[in-house]
Design a protein around this ligand. Structure first.
Ligand SMILES: Nc1ncnc2c1ncn2[C@@H]1O[C@H](COP(=O)(O)OP(=O)(O)OP(=O)(O)O)[C@@H](O)[C@H]1O
Length: 267
């Protein structure tokens, strides 16, 4: 059974159909990417899943639980966390405090067993400092614990956002352009982190990403949106070679170079 099951999702803004009859399924413990040219509807799709917008039509379920009609905080409680395209940390709070803010729901034993593995840990569900510390360690940011988040290097701010999302003990994490603005080394680190989130924590990952090298090497399955419609779906090599996908990117100027060059390099 799919962890996330989206059927015929549609959202219009005035006369514009931003998401058009999209069906999308995410198996548990998978890493899936959603790609498409600028304005294709990717962020709107995430906003529908996370309760920021209500769909005009369609259904969304997580592990069989209906999500349509839930508020964003209720969607988090149901097990979906996300990061945003533009970093949304609290700049005047430390790295640790930012993570503590994300820790909204009760801790789940399986999740923490996975995070902590062989470390000795006296489980204290109210110990937010310990929670933050474990997550800072997991994402490799322990040295920044007491630093204001605004002082962290850009790539580390993105990782901190991911740690904050993980603090909600999600089943599924949605990452909106996690590699945006990262240099190649930071992107490689990010790729390893995303794999560990899935492999070590058992958390399913869906990402929106423009970095085709990352998408093609990390994703098990890729869904392509264009003008709100799903135009392709499949394994990385299938999507890369799909003429509809090339056509969609070529029709949108700047993104075409990005797609053609990066996707081709990983053939
Ligand atoms: N709140 C809104 N009101 C009106 N139109 C919107 C709203 N949100 C998104 N849109 C429109 O919906 C379409 C899809 O936008 P969306 O941001 O989902 O695309 P995207 O694929 O995430 O783009 P990008 O890759 O540039 O981030 C665009 O035409 C956008 O202008």
């Amino acid at each position: 059974m799919s962890l996330l099951d989206v059927q015929h999702l549609t959202k219009t803004f005035g006369g514009l159909t931003a998401v058009n009859d999209v069906t999308f399924q995410v198996p548990e413990r998978s890493i899936i990417s959603v790609i498409g040219p600028n304005g294709a509807g990717k962020t709107t799709f995430f906003n529908l899943i996370t309760g920021i917008y209500a769909p005009d039509r369609g259904t969304i379920t997580l592990a069989g639980q209906n999500l349509v009609g839930l508020r964003p905080d209720q969607v988090v409680s149901a097990g979906i966390a996300r990061t945003f395209q533009n970093i949304r940390l609290f700049p005047s709070m430390t790295a640790e405090e930012n993570i503590m803010l994300g820790r909204g729901t009760r801790l789940k034993t399986g999740f923490w067993d996975a995070v902590l593995r062989n470390r000795t840990f006296h489980r204290d569900e109210d110990n937010a400092h310990e929670t933050a510390s474990v997550l800072l360690d997991f994402v490799g940011l322990s040295r920044w614990r007491g630093e204001l988040s605004t002082n962290l290097p850009y790539g580390d701010q993105r990782k901190l956002e991911i740690a904050r999302a993980l603090a909600t003990t999600p089943k599924l994490v949605l990452l909106d352009e996690p590699a945006a603005g990262m240099n190649p080394r930071e992107t490689e680190d990010l790729k390893a982190l995303i794999r560990r989130i899935r492999d070590d924590l058992g958390v399913t990952v869906v990402l929106i990403e423009h970095d085709m090298r990352l998408v093609m090497t990390l994703s098990e399955n890729i869904t392509v949106l264009d003008y709100g419609t799903k135009i392709s779906e499949g394994l990385p090599h299938q999507v890369r070679n799909d003429p509809r996908v090339m056509e969609a990117y070529l029709g949108r100027g700047a993104a075409a170079g990005e797609y053609g060059k990066e996707a081709g390099q990983n053939a």
